[in-house]
Design a protein around this ligand. Structure first.
Ligand SMILES: Cc1cc2nc3c(=O)[nH]c(=O)nc-3n(C[C@H](O)[C@H](O)[C@H](O)COP(=O)(O)O)c2cc1C
Length: 288
């Protein structure tokens, strides 16, 4: 589905919106979102992703109040709840699909926020009727952004350093992890990489690394934040959110490439450069 604005504009406009106006989704907006949910692309690794919009309806004002977000989200008009089936790369697929929806919602001038930690998994599992062979990695709040952020919202942004992104030299490489790739060197792929750089990630850790090789293949790696997944898993029973981040990065890259008519496909490339310590190879986008 086409956007009404450029991807660059949409990615610049998107931010984690945790404070909404006290306003329900209009019927038009709800129907437009639901139509897009029925039409999301097939994810790169073929997992089965199931999505549902839980919006407060006029005759059921309290329906969202039982869905807990620990006070992080104020006045949500709804939540996009997703479940993913089993599969080796299911969390990446989940991130890919959900981020497509977020970009679409942003284009509709809706505010959104990924919630992988500060939400009650059991309440949302009930809301979507989670099956025993499915996972519920995260949900996304949605609504009309309020002008002023709540104190909680401002505090979370400050502690995650949400306004900052890592510079190119920490994220993108040429040939191997020893080669530097700058915007000029990336040529027609510079925008696609810039869209990856600006993507949202859990606690703003930005774990994606990309190495370009001479045949215009882009190899995606997960650079794990040490102690992050392990300790959060222990604390909150979280799923591996950094794998969800990788799917989000793939979504931004793919959308940018599509917009610029750069043809390519996702493959697993045995020739991909050696990852090095703490880095895990995920996938390559190969130009065709
Ligand atoms: C997979 C994922 C999980 C997230 N989980 C939470 C969460 O539980 N609570 C929260 O307040 N923000 C959450 N966030 C939002 C991030 O903190 C935010 O994306 C990051 O700080 C960058 O800020 P920005 O989205 O405004 O650009 C999550 C983001 C992602 C991608």
């Amino acid at each position: 589905m086409e956007f009404s604005e450029s991807l660059h504009t949409i990615v610049t406009k998107r931010y984690s919106c945790r404070t909404y106006r006290q306003e329900k989704l209009s019927d038009d907006d709800r129907l437009e979102l639901e139509a897009y949910m029925d039409d999301v692309p097939v994810p790169p690794f073929g997992s089965n992703v199931r999505l549902q919009l839980k919006a407060a309806s006029p005759d059921d004002e309290k329906s969202l109040q039982n869905l807990g977000t620990y006070g992080v989200i104020r006045n949500p008009a709804g939540f996009i709840v997703g479940a993913v089936g089993e599969g080796e790369k299911n969390l990446e697929d989940f991130g890919f699909i959900m981020e497509h929806l977020i970009l679409f919602a942003t284009d509709m001038d809706l505010g959104t926020c990924w919630l992988g930690g500060t939400f009650s998994r059991s309440a949302f599992a009930g809301a979507i009727g989670l099956r025993h062979d499915e996972l519920l990695p995260a949900v996304v709040s949605v609504g009309y952004p309020a002008k002023k952020k709540s104190m909680m919202d401002a505090m979370i942004r400050f502690s995650a350093g949400s306004n900052r992104r890592k510079p190119w030299e920490e994220l993108f490489f040429d040939g191997s992890f020893h080669g530097r790739l700058d915007q000029a060197g990336a040529g027609m792929y510079a925008d696609a990489l810039e869209m990856v750089r600006r993507a949202p990630s859990a606690s703003n850790k930005q774990p994606w690394r990309v190495v370009r090789s001479s045949d215009d293949s882009f190899h995606f790696y997960l650079d794990r934040t040490q102690g992050y997944s392990g300790s959060s898993k222990k604390l909150f029973g979280l799923l591996d959110l950094q794998r969800v981040d990788m799917g989000i990065a793939m979504c931004h890259f793919q959308r940018a490439a599509d917009e610029m008519d750069l043809n390519g496909s996702w493959i697993t490339d045995p020739e991909s450069p050696l990852p090095g310590e703490n880095r895990e190879y995920l996938v390559s986008w190969k130009s065709t």
